[in-house]
Design a protein around this ligand. Structure first.
Ligand code: ADP
Length: 255
């Protein structure tokens, strides 16, 4: 099986998820029957070769795309049977998403970027501002509140993106190569913040090429040809050396 102990309380559950893309005469089976259970407070890292389906899976978990078949349940809501509008609500309430290239709104200040997810949930402007300041302070970037994203370093932008993703206290934080576009020191800082969020109970699913990042996770799953084929669990850690050696042959060099 590809994931933890199935439980009604699991914040992330996938059952037999399939997704194919059709472009021209070519069909790509991006996901070929993915099962996954992520238990509350768990940090799962997904590794695997480029093109194996990792981002596609994250998009399904984030409700950014829908599977052809199978189900995805996030924070107890089965998003695969929902309308686009309902899914957008679940995204706002239960899902925090961090991308490799930050995806901040460029013509809004840092504070406005972080306040936005709260305003969309109906939080008052005053309370949204208070909480944005609090979260940015926690993430060590309280001083850039009024800056535009373009005035910040990559590491600072990713910390703002993390603040935006976490500000509504999501059931799950989804992160797609969050350190992939950062220098070593910035990657270390972002990883440290993710670690702290994990220690305070945040459930995390993260796609990464960086073995140091994956090593910090509770579990490493490996996507290959649209299937989650292997896992490393710290409680049964004897497979780790061969798995990591296998990955090293596929992966890009460490950042
Ligand atoms: P990874 O994240 O592991 O690099 P992806 O999930 O991005 O892999 O892609 C899995 C496969 O699906 C690849 O063959 C990719 O080319 C294909 N794919 C992903 N998105 C699309 C799309 N929007 N249209 C067509 N093919 C796609």
């Amino acid at each position: 099986m590809s994931g933890g102990q199935p439980s009604a309380a699991s914040p992330v559950v996938c059952r037999d998820v399939h997704k194919a893309y059709h472009s021209g005469a070519r069909d790509t089976n991006a996901l070929r029957g993915v099962d996954l259970d992520v238990v509350a407070g768990e940090w799962v890292a997904i590794m695997g070769p480029s093109g194996s389906g990792k981002s596609t899976l994250l998009h399904m978990l984030g409700g950014l795309d829908t599977p052809d078949s199978g189900t995805v349940t996030i924070g107890g809501c089965e998003i695969t049977s929902m309308s686009e509008t309902q899914r957008a609500l679940v995204r706002r309430e239960h899902i925090g998403y961090v991308f490799q290239f930050f995806n901040l709104v460029s013509d809004m200040s840092v504070a406005d970027n972080v306040e936005l997810p709260m305003l969309l949930l109906g939080v008052s402007r005053r309370e949204a501002h208070r909480r944005a300041c609090e979260v940015l302070e926690e993430l060590g970037i309280g001083e850039v509140l009024d800056a535009a994203p373009s005035e910040l370093s990559g590491g600072q932008q990713q910390r703002v993106a993390l603040a935006r993703a976490l500000v509504n206290r999501p059931a799950v934080l989804l992160a797609d190569e969050p350190t992939g576009n950062l220098d070593t020191e910035s990657a270390r800082q972002v990883l440290q913040l993710v670690r702290e969020e994990h220690e305070s109970g945040q459930t995390i699913v993260m796609v990464t090429h960086d073995m140091r990042v994956a090593a910090a996770a509770d579990r490493v799953l490996v996507m290959e040809d649209g299937v989650l084929r292997t896992e490393r669990d710290r409680s049964i850690d004897d497979t780790a050396p061969s798995l990591l050696a296998d990955l090293a042959r596929h992966e890009e060099p460490l950042a």
